[in-house]
Design a protein around this ligand. Structure first.
Ligand SMILES: N=C(N)NCCCC(=O)O
Ligand SMILES: [Zn+2]
Ligand SMILES: [Zn+2]
Length: 327
């Protein structure tokens, strides 16, 4: 059966009707999907500007102009895989630990059929329960973390679960494959040099925003691919990895970031890796202007869907023909 694709924008104007990601069908309209996009409207973990609870709705609104063919990756992601929008996870805005449990349970439910999950945040706190779910599905996870920040700090005001601490908790909980962890795009002032020493001890490599500028995308992609190999890979993208010129609508902006073109090119360089899940977090619409951040986030999410779809297609062809094509 052909997959149910997005609403056809040549027949129904793209500005009409309620927004789903890329105008895709809702999950309840297709029953099951190979790739599920879900929102987590949660921002009780932020240390500065709030508003990321409105991120999922904003990214969906900003995704109306996406088209079904991805020329750089040469794939029609919604044809090679059934992709659907599962709507938002209803998280408790007043109880962080309960919210994290809800996110983990929802991620497990949405992936029970074997589907791969792309989550739109929400603040960065939500990556912890998403990694907990990914670990249960795939074992220890390799992580590429795109962010201005390390997010391996210990506590804020005594709180363990915040948007500055998810990856320290993830290492402590044994969720991550400590041979294959990398931050990309970090920059800006830290609390002390010890932040970097702790981070290195947890096993993270760092490609700073300055490294990306000096070495260029091709060399960075090469280094990252060698480190990840064929391990199950989770990609977490904090939109503040982009320069505030490319993503003003975020909670903790830092000058000197990468461009959206650089980020998209690095993502395209990940084609073929064993991507098992991803998130795009920290879009805070009240600080956005002219949908700059929403559009960047929607394109980043589209590229992640395309990578997931390519991986799905490759695995589906191995499953139907384990021998592969004759040599
Ligand atoms: N995860 C994000 N976006 N930011 C973390 C910033 C932590 C701080 O206030 O120092
Ligand atoms: Zn950040
Ligand atoms: Zn972050």
């Amino acid at each position: 059966m052909p997959h149910l694709g997005p609403t056809d924008s040549s027949r129904t104007p793209r500005f009409a009707g309620p927004a789903s990601f890329a105008r895709l069908p809702r999950l309840d309209e297709v029953g099951t999907a190979d790739i599920v996009v879900a929102g987590v409207p949660f921002d009780a973990g932020v240390s500065y500007r709030p508003g990321a609870r409105f991120g999922p709705a904003h990214v969906r609104e900003s995704s109306r102009l996406l088209r079904p063919y991805h020329p750089a990756l040469d794939v029609s992601p919604f044809e090679v895989a059934q992709v659907a929008d599962a709507g938002d996870v209803a998280v408790n805005p007043f109880n962080i630990e309960e919210a994290l449990e809800t996110v983990e349970e929802s991620a497990l439910a949405l992936t029970a059929s074997g589907a791969r999950l792309l989550t739109i945040g929400g603040d960065h706190t939500i990556s912890l329960p998403l990694l907990r779910a990914a670990k249960q599905r795939h074992g220890e996870i390799a992580l590429l973390h795109f962010d201005a920040h390390l997010d391996t700090w210990d506590t804020y005001f005594g709180a363990d679960y915040t948007h500055g601490t998810p990856f320290r908790r993830a290492v402590e909980e044994g969720l991550l494959d400590t041979e294959a962890l990398c931050h990309l795009g970090t920059r800006g002032p830290l609390y002390s040099k010890k932040d970097l020493e702790d981070d290195r001890r947890f096993g993270f490599g760092i490609v700073t925003a300055a490294d990306i500028y000096h070495q260029g995308v091709v060399e960075v992609v090469d280094r990252v691919r060698q480190r990840i190999g064929d391990r199950p890979l989770y990609v977490s993208i904090d939109i503040d990895v982009l320069d505030p010129a490319h993503a003003p609508g975020t909670g903790t902006p830092e000058a000197g970031g990468m461009t959206s073109r650089e980020l998209l090119e690095i993502l395209r360089g990940l084609q073929g890796l064993n991507l098992v899940g991803a998130d795009v977090v920290e879009v805070s619409p009240p600080y956005d202007h002219a949908e700059i951040t929403g559009i960047a986030a929607s394109h980043v999410a589209y590229d992640l869907v395309a990578l997931l779809a390519l991986r799905h297609e490759a695995e589906a062809s191995i499953a139907t023909d384990p021998e592969g094509p004759p040599a």
